[in-house]
Write a protein that binds this ligand. Structure first.
Ligand code: SF4
Length: 323
């Protein structure tokens, strides 16, 4: 199969108690019936405002959260129901790089132990070989092999993110969820980290799910981009196509917020200000979840949930304007 990851009708609901007596349960529908595939060797970008479910989606694919329903297929094998033990060999193949390089590294561990931890957990090699591999990995991400004996607080944000990347690479993964890996970094450092992730992908044949809140951050690294809104995937297309030809009203609004360097384009792409509140993801109402903020909403939008439609050329959109 050309796909490394296939998710089918994936749902992840978190129960919340409500009411004074906290007897009735409601659900935060963080990921609500999302389906997509990631091809081997590609980068799929996943974007949307905070709270849209993109991070939960990435973590559920890795089974860091148990899916509520739906299917996760890894390289043709259904891993949805695998136990923790059965998941072990997949854990090695599927890694994550976290958003916050300050919070995600254990301050009491040396950099060498942080990077080497997964090698030890999976019992992959002896001490000497392991230490050599850690030194190699640190060099690979642009650090120094002597850094292995130092502690995270001695490093800048960009360097810490490199340590996080070395840690993810330690066990030779095939698939990495990059969970907003550059959002917390200085703008001057962001491009360096993205370029490094691209180089590593080419050299090691990696497949990425690249999560970001901003479309401009995923544009260059992604082959295709999916847009999420309140637990739903609303549009998916090749990166260039999505930027040139956004179809969903929400994608159009997101894109209009990005400054365009070309003044001719700026005329065409007028800033669309989104009106209305982002609805709560707790027990969301029927119909299109974007309806309260959509300039084109019509009666059917309040009644029926729009289904994902193929516009041709691998461009998909979920909106009643295309019925
Ligand atoms: Fe707007 Fe209706 Fe399309 Fe939702 S389905 S984005 S409310 S037009």
């Amino acid at each position: 199969s050309q796909f490394l990851i296939e998710i089918k009708n994936l749902k992840k609901y978190f129960p919340v108690k409500k009411g004074i007596f906290k007897t009735s349960s409601s659900y935060v529908k963080a990921v609500d019936d999302v389906s997509f595939e990631i091809k081997k060797g590609e980068t799929l970008g996943l974007v949307g405002e905070s709270g849209c479910g993109k991070t939960t989606c990435g973590r559920t694919i890795l089974k860091l959260y148990e899916p509520t329903s739906g299917k996760i297929i890894y390289d043709g094998k259904d891993i949805t129901k695998l136990s923790v033990n059965q998941m072990l060999s997949y854990r090695r193949k599927m890694q994550i790089i976290f958003q916050d390089p300050y919070a995600s590294l254990d301050a009491r561990m040396t950099v060498g132990d942080i990077v080497g931890e997964a090698i030890d957990i999976h019992n992959l090699m002896g001490k000497k070989e392991r230490n050599e591999r850690v030194q190699y990995l640190l060099q690979r991400v642009g650090l120094n092999s002597e850094h292995a004996n130092r502690y995270p607080h001695e490093f800048s944000g960009g360097q810490r993110q490199r340590i996080g990347i070395a840690r993810a690479l330690a066990v030779q993964p095939e698939f990495i969820v990059c969970d907003e890996p550059i959002s917390a970094l200085d703008v001057s450092i962001q491009a360096q980290v993205v370029n490094m992730l691209e180089d590593l992908q080419g050299d090691l044949g990696l497949t990425y799910l690249f999560i970001a809140h901003d479309l401009s951050m995923v544009k260059h690294i992604s082959n295709r981009v999916g847009v999420m809104y309140l637990g739903k995937l609303v549009e998916l297309a090749a990166s260039n196509e999505l930027y040139k030809n956004p179809q969903h009203p929400y994608t159009q609004a997101l894109l209009s917020a990005i400054p365009v360097p070309d003044p001719d384009m700026a005329e065409e792409r007028k800033r669309i200000i989104l009106e209305g509140e982002i609805p709560s993801p707790i027990d969301p109402p029927e119909g299109c979840r974007f309806k309260g903020r959509c300039r084109f909403a019509k009666p059917i939008c309040s009644k029926e949930n729009p289904v994902f439609k193929d516009l041709g050329g691998e461009h998909y959109v979920a909106c009643h304007l295309f019925d």
